[in-house]
Design a binder for this molecule. Structure first.
Ligand code: SAM
Length: 221
């Protein structure tokens, strides 16, 4: 029997110091993301990060907010190794990074007990199934009021930045299943799962932070 092919996984440029990986793009976007996301996380919030990459985001949040219960995840083994090494440098107990691939149906089975889902720079550099899976997972695991935070570039019709159009083309030339997503399509996929876009924050380099909250009513099922 042949083994199913693993989907291509895109990783940004990284350098390593032993187990820890460093990404200059992560270092650049971290302060802006921190300023937007940190005040949204309640005391003791349980956060599941999807596609945690090097682990630098998780490390920065846990270092600054020791009350947070932050779970890193990634389908890439080397990335999870780096996440574990970054978290090891912190005082206190941290969860071990877990292997989550959002292209898998039911990826969220057995993953529970979170107040927030955080996903940065992932949905454009992976198949659309990842955005759909993220919304379905949010629906399955977050209670009303639960929060989803997304960060990355988006297509927004005529207001789309030239750099994002060019990025979209270059992603598609690498893999036709990738591409900068339209904000409309992302809003729709979350609305179908009962989440409303509550905040759209313009970030440096034509990126957006998006905050979705689960509606209190249970119309979407
Ligand atoms: C461009 S990196 C972003 C890393 C980190 N979130 C950041 O902003 O620095 C994309 C990450 O998404 C992860 N990824 C790719 N495909 C994925 C999938 N199907 N499910 C979950 N994560 C995925 C990759 O392994 C990689 O770590």
């Amino acid at each position: 029997m042949s083994t199913p092919e693993k989907p291509e996984i895109a990783l940004e440029k990284r350098h390593s110091e032993e187990a820890r990986l460093f990404s200059s793009s992560t270092a650049r976007n971290l302060p802006g993301i921190f300023d937007v996301l940190q005040p949204l996380l309640s005391q003791g919030a349980r956060v599941l990060e999807i596609g945690s990459g090097t682990g630098e985001h998780g490390h920065a949040f846990c270092a600054a907010r020791q009350d947070l219960d932050w779970q890193c995840s990634d389908p890439d083994d080397r990335s999870r190794e780096s996440q574990a090494a970054w978290l090891e440098a912190l005082e206190g107990d941290c969860r071990n990074p877990i292997d989550l691939d959002l292209t898998k149906l039911g990826w969220f089975d057995g993953v529970a007990g979170f107040d927030a889902l955080v996903c940065m720079n992932v949905i454009h550099i992976s198949p659309w199934a990842v955005a759909r899976g993220l919304a379905a997972g949010a629906r399955a695991m977050l209670a009303p009021g639960g929060l989803v935070f997304l960060y990355g570039p988006y297509m927004e019709g005529e207001r789309t930045a030239e750099s994002n159009r060019a990025f979209d083309q270059s992603l598609k030339s690498r893999n036709p299943e990738w591409g900068v997503r339209t904000l409309d399509s992302v809003e729709r996929v979350f609305a179908d799962c009962g989440f409303k876009l509550c905040q759209r924050v313009e970030m440096p380099a034509n990126n957006l932070s998006l905050v979705f909250r689960r509606d209190n009513d249970d119309a979407a099922s």
